[in-house]
Design a protein around this ligand. Structure first.
Ligand code: FAD
Length: 400
């Protein structure tokens, strides 16, 4: 497929039935669906120099396939999402596993039978495990709140250990919070797994990695005669919003607009910036075959970084003698700094601010905000795909 850099001088918005801002999942799914179902001519505008949004991957200098914006593991319960995405890629059978580094010992997360033995020693660990099985049954996820509610000293001991060694410091690093600021309802939901399955998503029926990578998946999805892709184009340079219309290149645009960028940016943050956490990703290529036993290891009690990813362990790629790892450092996002807004900070004030921006575009009937930025929420890849498929259905219904 052809990816253009910049817009041609004679770019004519009215030659397109739909303009999509952003070439991540939200934008690419809508572009493909509208192009192939109702024959829309679609222009996709992307301000980065690549497609695939935050799922973008590429071969680094050592030839290792790395995820530029953090490790992405595909898993879904939705047959519709899986069927749609599977048109554009084969999948590997990768099953994600996470370990926590607790004072140098690597324990499965969510905390399970094996973790108990590692944390408490064989004898005590088996005793505690027997109590868990007796109380809750086997192969179930139990939030630590439920352990505490039983008023049993053994179960409380497990809950306290998991809270302190797996959850607390990790969450403080990730969200920049003090223990007092951590929402008790979030703490209560931290799960342990009563059983031996050490997969991170044991229940997800569809799970794996795209065989040729995420960028290749997006190339296939956007490869359609009716879709033109323009990278290095910031929509804000050609968009202007009024109360009821969107102007593109100075003229009121009559087609549909899919907008997957942040809403506050469209209004120059005039009501205030929507707060996010961002991540500094530090990549290192090492002269060895393998650095750690699994894809991601969380550093739950030590270090400034939250976790280390080793990409070859997730992709299954063979690169003898070399491996690339990545450390994630979390901190507050500063608008206009060039940082990537990763995680929306979802508290009631921020939600209210978002609603105020949303209200300002709600009377523009052909303007459709969708995706993690435009909806100011956390979306997994499958959930954002589902949302984009649903939005596409609505637009198709109006044009069929
Ligand atoms: P994005 O991928 O962010 O795409 C939006 C695009 O719009 C961007 O490319 C942006 O440059 C472009 N854009 C914005 N404004 C403009 C503008 N004005 N003009 C032109 N272009 C613009 N999900 C999983 O399912 N599994 C995982 O393991 C997983 N891991 C993750 C790890 C991290 C560290 C993070 C942060 C997220 C992870 N996710 C994961 C979530 C996943 O990244 C999102 O579901 C997905 O990226 C959302 O797609 P999107 O299209 O909404 O947004």
């Amino acid at each position: 497929m052809q990816i253009n850099s910049g817009l041609p001088e004679d770019f004519n918005p009215s030659a397109y039935d739909m303009i999509v801002v952003g070439a991540g999942y939200a934008g690419a799914v809508c572009a493909r669906r509208l192009a192939e179902t109702v024959g829309f001519r679609v222009a996709v505008l992307e301000r980065r120099n690549h497609i695939a949004g935050n799922a973008y991957d590429y071969l680094d200098e050592a030839g290792v396939l790395v995820h530029m914006y953090g490790p992405h593991i595909y898993h879904t319960f939705s047959e519709r999402v899986h069927t749609f995405l599977s048109r554009f890629t084969e999948w590997t059978d990768y099953q994600h596993k996470v370990l926590a580094n607790v004072h140098g010992t690597l324990m499965p997360v969510p905390f399970n039978h094996k973790s108990l033995l590692l944390a408490f020693g064989e004898e005590r660990g088996e005793e505690l495990y027997a109590k868990l099985v007796e109380t809750f049954g086997k192969d179930v996820k139990v939030p630590i709140l439920q352990l505490r509610e039983k008023n049993d000293p053994d179960l409380a001991e497990i809950a306290d250990y998991v809270y302190e060694n797996v959850f607390l410091h990790y969450t403080m690093k990730q969200w920049g919070q003090t223990p007092d600021e951590i929402d008790p309802s979030v703490t209560a939901r931290v799960p342990i797994f009563v059983g031996d399955d050490d997969r991170y998503f044991p229940q997800a029926p569809y799970q794996g990695m795209p065989a040729e990578g995420y960028t290749a998946l997006f190339e296939n999805m956007l490869d359609h005669d009716c879709i033109d892709v323009f990278c290095d184009v910031d929509a804000r340079d050609i968009f202007e919003l009024t109360d009821t219309t969107v102007k593109v290149c100075g003229n009121v645009y009559g087609g549909e607009v899919i907008y997957t960028g942040p809403l506050d940016e469209l209004f120059d943050l005039d009501l205030g910036a929507l707060p996010y956490r961002t991540l500094d990703m530090k990549f290192e290529t090492l002269d060895m075959d393998q650095f750690q036993p699994v894809g991601t290891v969380n550093y739950t009690v030590s270090e400034d970084f939250t976790r280390i990813t080793e990409f070859k362990n997730m992709t299954g790629q063979e690169v003898p003698g070399k491996t690339t790892i990545m450390k994630e450092y979390s901190h507050a996002y500063e608008p206009g700094s060039g940082q990537t807004p990763y995680y929306a900070i979802l508290d009631p004030d921020n939600r209210k601010l978002y609603e105020s921006y949303l209200e300002r575009v709600s009377h523009i009937t052909n303007f459709h905000p969708v995706g993690r930025l435009a909806e100011y929420r956390y979306y997994d890849m499958d959930a954002v795909t589902a949302s984009a498929l649903n939005l596409s259905d609505e637009i198709i219904a109006c044009h069929a």
